[in-house]
Design a protein around this ligand. Structure first.
Ligand code: RAT
Ligand code: ZN
Length: 418
């Protein structure tokens, strides 16, 4: 039976949801942004926006000639070429291109004039500290979780030297090289004072655990994170699986940190595209089921790259409360897919999910990534509350606010045990 609900009641409810979603500040739980102490590693401004690898991949579809013609250009010249081909010669309809437009518009710049030099001039007049505040305020982001890798030669020295962190920058300890390239990582661990051979044995696992403990402490990490290929298996007789079993999981249990896994990425499908050259394949999620079932004392967060995996991921989360689903990652971060995925997650899991993270690599991107995602999430939530209303359950303002706060960071914090 459907309750008799007037159209105006539904319109008002949708409007309320829209406003609450717009007003609710977000914990952005996965980005590639840095505290300003990392100096040039924190990317911002129009040229960085234009040479974002999502746009590079799109621009190359129009470029003729060797890839090196583009790569040999300096940053400004690369940005010029991308602007010309994706914004002047064609209309910027893709999600990544529209993102630049939304961002400029929200910063008060008129992109319609197609005047790149004057946009550049405006950015040149900003200071980084003010710009961070400005972007966070416009985006409604209250904290930014960095992706921090001790294996990154540019960021490691900053950690080693020490710095005072802005309180709104949190950290996730990223460990792809440790898991996916042990022989090289073993050599590096040795150099850094964690004696180990390349052979995996008790000593090697001890060294890896100590390394994780030291870096998680130094970074004050909220969780540990690794991206994985689509065919990743666990348990398995592989270095990666053994390291997870004997080093990462014990460390996570001891420290209480969740392990976030990001399966589905195929690195370097077209190496000529450099950072833009990674692809996607459907993952075998058996490994995740085995982790969740075999290690109930561990907590796992997951975002999966292939659209085809999203339904089974939701079902997996229904079976295992030590699994938290987050974000519409990378190629799934487009309005139509966010809409599908968020709908499916809410329908199968209710509110125990984190529907989105920004994955911003350029500070200014938090503006468009959140604006675009929030408008889709608000629409989906509006539908859900209206469905409830028609079924005989009305949610009040405070209840909706509570739910939305959960979706934008509260649930993840609870899951992490914060
Ligand atoms: O989305 C991206 O920018 C990718 O290049 C990756 O960094 C991905 O998000 C990852 O964290 O591996
Ligand atoms: Zn990322």
């Amino acid at each position: 039976m459907h309750f008799n609900v007037t159209d105006s009641h539904e319109v008002a409810l949708r409007e309320r949801v829209l406003n609450i979603v717009a007003e609710t500040p977000v914990d952005d739980i996965h980005t590639h942004l840095y505290d300003p102490a990392f100096d040039k590693l924190l990317l911002w401004g129009i040229d960085e926006l234009l040479i974002y690898h999502y746009l590079v991949a799109e621009a190359f579809r129009f470029f003729d000639g060797p890839y090196s013609d583009f790569w040999k250009l300096d940053k400004t010249a690369q940005a010029d070429r991308i602007w010309d081909v994706l914004f002047v010669q064609h209309s910027p309809v893709s999600e990544a291109c529209r993102g630049v437009v939304t961002t400029l518009h929200s910063l008060g710049l008129d992109a319609r004039k197609r005047d790149l030099p004057s946009i550049r001039k405006w950015f040149a007049e900003q200071t980084v500290d003010d710009h961070i505040q400005n972007c966070m305020q416009i985006a409604g982001v209250k904290s930014i979780c960095m992706t921090n890798s001790p294996f990154d030669d540019l960021e490691r020295p900053v950690w080693q030297k020490g710095f005072e962190r802005e309180p709104w920058f949190t950290s996730a300890l990223r460990i792809d090289p440790l898991i996916l390239d042990w022989p090289r990582s073993a050599r590096r661990l040795n150099e850094w004072g964690y004696p180990t051979g390349v052979e995996l044995n008790v000593g090697a696992f001890d060294a890896a655990r100590k390394f994780l403990a030291d870096w998680a402490k130094k970074m004050d990490a909220r969780y540990v994170m690794v991206s994985l290929p689509p065919d990743f298996e666990f348990p398995a007789n592989t270095e990666s699986a053994e390291l997870i079993d004997q080093a990462v999981l014990p460390f996570c249990r001891d420290s209480g940190l969740p392990l976030a896994v990001m399966p589905g990425v195929v690195r370097g499908v077209n190496p000529q595209l450099q950072l833009a050259g990674d692809g996607v394949e459907r993952s075998d999620l058996t490994f995740l089921k085995n982790l969740c079932a075999g290690f109930p004392e561990n907590r796992f967060a997951a975002t999966v790259l292939a659209r085809e995996n999203q339904h089974e991921l939701c079902v997996l989360a229904r079976k295992f409360r030590n699994l938290h689903i987050f974000g519409c990652w990378w190629f799934t971060n487009t309005p139509s897919i966010i809409s599908d995925m968020t709908r499916m997650r809410l329908e199968l899991l209710g509110l125990s999910v984190t529907p989105q993270h920004s994955d911003a690599r350029v500070l200014d991107q938090i503006i468009y990534k959140w604006q675009h995602s929030k408008s889709v999430i608000a629409e989906v939530l509006g539908d859900k509350y209206v469905d409830l209303l028609r079924s005989g359950w009305e949610c009040g303002e405070a209840e909706i606010r509570r739910d939305v706060e959960g979706l934008f960071g509260g649930e993840f914090a609870r899951f992490c045990g914060c």
